[in-house]
Design a protein around this ligand. Structure first.
Ligand SMILES: [Zn+2]
Length: 340
């Protein structure tokens, strides 16, 4: 079964523990991003294993990603049409397996929104619910829906996901229905934008939307995506790995900051360049060069832990490099390849 993108919702400040638990229970899962109240991961194994995550407030599979939805009132209808027409059959297939039903007879919608818009979450909920009910023939219900869909709006992009029925019902009553918080703050889950862009939308050879590395044009596959903020231009760019990010930073005039998530501790690692000065935060950060690219860890210990878990990486016998060594290994920045 192909790799898919999932996320769990947890209480704020529980993300790190949740991420550890996901890796413990699904050793084949790959953590992608962590944001407030949310842990995103990809998983290619048997979907029945996902039932192990029933402790989460909610487990979701990403179904589609929409760009350029817009921010004004007209965006509501644009988004409703996109959701109603989206090819979400893969996600529904996973849902059906876990639900033990071929198709849902009823549904409800969760909507969250972050950013400035000329509409409310409620406007979206009403429009999307109406159109999905007409197009799919599912009955919209307020409670006890067979299928729960979730629309998350970030600025002018939106994500559509499907809640998976893995018994996230009780556990003290806490777990229920907390995923539906409305208008959650902008800090929540900007995370999965990157990931969703990287994941293919729809199956069967449809046009796919992927994020590509700003340096080499390779797809950002979620292994250890890196973002770089250029404070001169006020832009943020994405890279498939740190080697590309550092090469590009070396070419920039202004102060720039790269951020990546350590795949072991999920700490956010930073590399800052100001003029000729490069700084790693934390200073204990170690870098690993593989044929796949450069990866960063919060410490040498985590580098070793990672190799213990990843035979493919260990086979390449990488060394734990300091930032200085890592920069030396990358050498002179090559000419910029044009993406695609
Ligand atoms: Zn690259």
């Amino acid at each position: 079964m192909g790799e898919r993108t999932f996320f769990v919702l947890v209480q704020a400040a529980q993300e790190k523990e949740a991420a550890r638990r996901i890796l413990r229970e699904l050793p084949r899962a790959k953590l992608a991003r962590r944001a407030k109240g949310k842990v995103v991961f990809s998983f290619a194994g048997d979907v029945s294993e996902l039932a192990k995550l029933s402790w989460a407030q909610g487990l979701y599979i990403l179904a589609a990603h929409f760009d350029d939805v817009g921010r004004d009132r007209a965006a509501v209808d644009v988004l409703a049409a996109q959701v109603a027409q989206a090819d979400i059959e893969q996600a529904l297939g996973v849902w059906a397996k876990l639900a033990g039903m071929a198709a849902p007879d009823s549904f409800s919608l969760e909507v969250t929104r972050a950013g400035l818009h000329g509409f409310s979450s409620f406007d979206v909920e009403r429009a999307v619910t109406g159109l999905v009910a007409r197009k799919r023939g599912w009955k919209p219900v307020a409670e006890g829906a067979a299928l729960v869909m979730r629309v998350e709006i970030y600025s002018d992009e939106a994500l559509l996901s499907v809640k998976l029925p893995v018994g996230n019902k009780d556990e003290g009553g806490r777990m229920k229905d907390e995923g539906g918080r409305r208008d959650s703050g902008g800090a929540a889950a900007l995370c999965c934008l990157i990931l969703a862009a990287a994941m293919s939308v729809g199956a069967r050879g449809q046009a796919e939307q992927k994020a590509v590395c700003a340096m080499c044009g390779r797809e950002v596959d979620g292994t250890q995506p890196v973002t770089v903020a250029d404070f001169g231009q006020g832009t943020t760019l994405r890279y498939d790995n740190l080697a590309c990010a550092l090469k590009d930073m070396a070419l920039r005039m202004a102060t720039s900051l790269a951020e990546a998530t350590c795949p072991v501790s999920l700490k956010v690692l930073k590399v800052i360049r100001t003029g000729i000065k490069w700084t790693a935060d934390p200073p204990t950060a170690r870098f690993m060069l593989l044929k796949e690219g450069m990866f960063a860890f919060a410490s040498q210990k985590e580098f070793i832990q990672f190799l213990a878990r990843n035979a493919d990486a260990a086979k390449q016998r990488p060394k734990p490099l300091t930032l200085r060594q890592a920069l030396a290994v990358i050498g002179k920045p090559p000419p910029r390849a044009s993406p695609r």
